[in-house]
Design a protein around this ligand. Structure first.
Ligand code: B12
Length: 453
């Protein structure tokens, strides 16, 4: 089989704000792992590398566990965001450093560019523009979350030769083999092939995903579109080996789980993973930035999480309104949430380590419903604070292809072909920003009171 030289690129973020919360281009690294497994030679340019020797990101005393700021350059706001009274910018490596990285690369046979949030598409656009200016004839494919959820938009505007949707290990490999004239090897043993974490300059942390997809189908969530088909947990021993490799060989100290349902089927999944980490005595801190399902947390699990080195716990609460809870998939209620908090605090987690996500900025059916949603959010915040946990906001924005998106379009909040820049949750696309910003103030005060009490 003919081996190809493949360049993988993780683009910049364009947004009003961006903070590195254990971000790793895990999807792109998974595709890179599959290509490498098939014998191709793979390299990476990561525009979000905070440890680049020629452009280290700003450091602050508040930085914890590998998280922190990106360098930002302010750039003109696209006209569609002109109404937002905030400064827009490009986060990540300076463009000159990116160009110097390209200078250092031999001409690739194929290029793969990833994309994350749909409203971050200017990052991939800019990377592709520069890559095509340098190597117009090298085949280039775009994949990832934006490419999958907004495929028509991506095909119309990116300048990529191919927009590949969905999980990329098999389609990415097949595409590389097609465009480089190699023979086909379709079989990618997904359980054995690890994301190529080592392509990245060590950042002190890695992201790990222990399962593909999610057993739930919530109306606001796009995971069913990104990872269609069955919920597929990986074998626990494979997850433990991946973490051990990252800690022992790549120097990672912090591990963030990127799962959508990490605690589902806990006895056969998270329990053995934590047992394995404890048995290997890894010096690791564990973080769950994506909300965990509170109803799966009992005292035995909370104790084990602590023993394995778990530090950051984020619980999905969203709302305490029973009807809204039911509409969102019935995953949590007040009683199960309170039990989880009791178990976590009883196991020794500190109040600043545990936070509840509360959903804000949701669209109402009419004026009365909008008022009700604000009041429910206030009550939800007060409830979480009363249990002794911090509150973080999950700001609502409908995602294309989801049930909530269809509703938002039919209610006139979005044109069906709205510019994806308008999906940005920080601009409250479906709600009155003023009302919700006041609730954020209540959250800040409650969090501060808890920390000082
Ligand atoms: C981890 C995660 C986060 C992390 C950070 C992620 C990051 N790296 O930036 C945190 C917790 C910070 C986060 C925050 C948020 N997130 Co988030 N997050 C995820 C999550 C759970 C996993 C993403 C991931 O890395 N998956 C693992 C890899 C393996 O999958 P992947 O990236 O899709 O890659 C595969 C394919 O896409 C493809 N692929 C990828 N690149 C390429 C390239 C090529 C060339 C090819 C061929 C294929 C390919 O192959 C890969 C392997 O199969 C997804 C849900 C999901 N399951 O995708 C939501 C998701 C991306 N997040 C989402 C949302 C809504 C948010 C928030 C807005 C939540 C909120 N309301 O506050 C915030 C906003 C963050 C911000 N700053 O704007 C939405 C997307 C919204 C959008 N409009 O795009 C998602 C889809 C969840 C959902 N509810 O539907 N998130």
């Amino acid at each position: 089989m003919q081996m190809a030289r493949v360049l993988c690129v993780n683009p910049w973020i364009y947004d009003f704000a961006a903070y590195n919360l254990w971000m790793e281009p895990l999807g792109l690294l998974s595709v890179a792992g599959a290509l490498r497994h098939a014998g191709h030679q793979v390299s990476l340019i990561d525009c979000l590398d905070r440890c680049h020797p020629d452009a280290p990101a700003p450091r602050s005393r508040q930085d914890r566990y590998g998280c922190g700021q990106y360098s930002k350059v302010e750039v003109p706001k696209p006209p569609v965001l002109a109404h937002v009274p905030r400064r827009w910018g490009r986060y990540g490596l300076p463009v000159e450093v990116f160009e110097a990285e390209l200078d250092a690369q031999p001409r690739p046979d194929a290029i793969l560019v990833t994309s994350m949030m749909t409203y971050w598409y200017p990052g991939p656009f800019e990377a592709i523009r520069r890559l095509k200016a340098r190597w117009p004839d090298v085949p280039l494919a775009l994949g990832g979350v934006y490419a999958t959820l907004c495929a028509a938009h991506a095909r119309a505007g990116t300048g990529a030769d191919a927009v590949l949707t969905g999980p990329g290990e098999v389609v990415g490999l097949r595409w590389v083999q097609e465009v480089t004239g190699g023979s086909r090897t379709d079989a990618v043993p997904l359980d054995d092939v690890l994301p190529a974490h080592d392509l990245r300059r060590p950042q002190g942390y890695v992201a790990v995903q222990t399962a593909r997809g999610c057993p739930y189908r919530c109306p606001y969530c796009a995971v069913g579109l990104l990872a269609p088909g069955r919920f597929c947990p990986r074998p626990p021993e494979g997850v433990v080996s991946e973490i051990a490799w990252c800690v022992e060989s790549l120097g990672a100290r912090d591990v963030a789980f990127y799962d959508d349902a990490l605690l589902a089927n806990a006895e056969r999944h998270i329990h053995p993973i934590l047992d394995g980490l404890i048995a290997r005595r890894l010096r690791v801190r564990l973080h769950g930035p994506n909300g965990l399902h509170a109803r799966f947390i009992d005292r035995a699990l909370a104790d084990k999480m602590r023993r394995a080195g778990w530090v950051t716990v984020r619980l999905g609460l969203e709302t305490i309104d029973p009807e809204d809870q039911w509409r969102d998939g019935g995953k949590v209620d007040e009683a199960s949430f309170a039990r989880a908090v009791e178990a976590l605090l009883g196991a020794g987690f500190l109040t600043e380590q545990v936070a509840a996500y509360v959903l804000i900025g949701r669209p109402g059916r009419d004026a009365a419903d909008r008022l009700r949603l604000c009041q429910v959010a206030r009550d939800t915040v007060a409830y979480a604070h009363s249990l002794g946990v911090q509150v973080l906001t999950a700001q609502f924005s409908p995602i294309p292809g989801t049930v909530e998106w269809e509703w938002a379009v039919s209610a006139g909040y979005f044109a069906p072909d709205a510019d994806p820049l308008l999906h940005n949750n920080s601009i409250y696309p479906c709600a009155d920003a003023g009302a919700w910003e006041a609730i954020k103030q209540q959250i800040r005060e409650g969090n501060r009171a808890l920390r000082t009490s």
